[in-house]
Design a binder for this molecule. Structure first.
Ligand code: AMP
Length: 387
């Protein structure tokens, strides 16, 4: 039976104009992501949209490209306002607008807290096409910056709407909605569909098309993911060596930073994240070694007090809160003693082996010997392994 091939669409087929195609090419965006394929044609038809998509899915491009295309058709200042719950996200959104729109001379202003109001007022005086901001600061400018108004606005985007809807923002958003024209296009993006998001949708959007695209960074349902909090003092170093560890019939992959990407490791039954990668996408790559092709798998992440922030980012990216791996602390601590002892003995043996060979060949020191044991077959010093 012939394998069914998924049709790959191009930006051109979605209706993106020549200038913006060039911008996509410059950014290295070869093909649209799933959310872009779903969203762009509707947006170009002038529909309101509600999109369920997470950061990492390409959602910024999904709304920025059609907005820029509409701006090219009828250029004007204060064309679009994008509301974001955080400064970082606002800056990222503005950067994508600028990158996509640099060939057509797009001007953006970012209005976020913690930055000088006067600088932002100067940026507003230049009459930007796109204003990206957090609700509080944007409202502050609407009330206090002379000459700034959004009465001519054509597009409103509410990004990460589920996070925009906490109590701090609700009032500001209401006031912003009162200060912009009703006759406009509205796009609402959210990772989850909560009651509050539905309420906001009813208040802001007109007959929206609903689009949904699982993030390319989601994990499969056959993967059982858990975490365990382990204080930093109980972790030993250089566990990369255990990548080759085989427990009875079950292959276990123990990951540190060296094992996240690019290594050609066969599928395994269990992945243990011995440390938490600072890049959430690396987590997806690591756990993707198991539960492949519809099979089941387990991933357990050991989190210490310094890695909590990264771990929270991972849960955000995969859109799930993971359950805790149940463990009996006393039993574990007992085992720890045995592991520490075994490790001490094995390190001694590696060192002894190293000095014997060194005496024979007049070469390496013990440190290099360990590095070679950890997988650097050429015996070259690997900076990555020293963390
Ligand atoms: P976002 O989900 O909008 O935060 O985008 C996540 C990342 O994907 C950003 O770094 C974008 O530059 C990138 N990106 C967006 N669309 C594409 C695409 N079609 N091809 C490659 N990368 C993309």
């Amino acid at each position: 039976m012939a394998e069914e091939k998924e049709e790959v669409k191009t930006f051109k087929e979605l209706g993106i104009c020549e200038q913006l195609l060039e911008a996509c090419e410059t950014l290295g965006w070869k093909n649209p992501t799933k959310i872009q394929v779903e969203a762009i044609p509707h947006a170009l038809e002038g529909k309101d949209m509600i999109g369920l998509a997470q950061t990492g899915s390409g959602k910024t491009g999904a709304f920025a490209l059609p907005i820029l295309q509409a701006l090219l058709d009828s250029p004007q200042a204060f064309f679009t306002c994008v509301l974001s719950p955080t400064r970082e996200l606002a800056i990222q959104i503005a950067e994508q607008f600028e990158a996509l729109g640099c060939g057509i001379g797009v001007r953006c202003a970012v209005l976020v807290g913690g930055v000088d109001m006067v600088q932002q007022a100067i940026a507003l005086a230049k009459r930007p096409h796109i204003v990206v901001g957090t609700p509080g600061r944007l409202l502050d400018h609407l009330s206090n910056t002379k000459g700034f108004s959004l009465r001519m606005l054509k597009y409103l985007v509410l990004d990460e709407a589920d996070r925009l809807l906490n109590e701090d923002f609700e009032k500001s958003i209401d006031e912003i909605l009162n200060a912009i024209p009703r006759e406009r296009r509205t796009y609402l993006f959210s990772a989850t569909m909560t009651k509050k998001v539905k309420k906001l949708q009813r208040a802001c959007l007109r007959n929206p098309v609903k689009i949904e695209a699982a993030s390319k960074y989601s994990t499969v349902d056959t993967l059982k993911q858990q975490y365990r909090f382990v204080p930093a003092k109980y972790k030993s170093k250089r566990l990369g060596a255990l990548n080759k560890f085989k427990a009875r019939e079950c292959n276990i992959l123990i990951c540190t930073d060296v094992a996240s990407r690019g290594l050609d490791i066969p599928a395994v039954d269990m992945v243990i994240n011995y440390d938490i990668p600072s890049s959430s996408k690396d987590y997806i790559h690591r756990v993707g070694r198991t539960a492949r092709a519809g099979r089941s798998g387990v991933a357990i992440s050991l989190v210490n007090q310094y890695e909590l922030e990264w771990y929270i980012q991972i849960e955000k990216l995969i859109g799930k809160k993971l359950p805790e791996f149940p463990a009996q602390e006393e039993e574990v601590l007992l085992l720890l003693e045995r592991v520490t002892e075994a490790k001490r003995i094995s390190q001694m043996k590696i060192k002894e082996g190293g000095s014997k060979r060194r005496r024979k060949a007049g070469g390496d020191d013990g440190e290099e010997e360990i590095e070679r044991y950890l997988g650097n077959k050429n015996g070259k010093k690997s900076k990555k392994l020293k963390r």
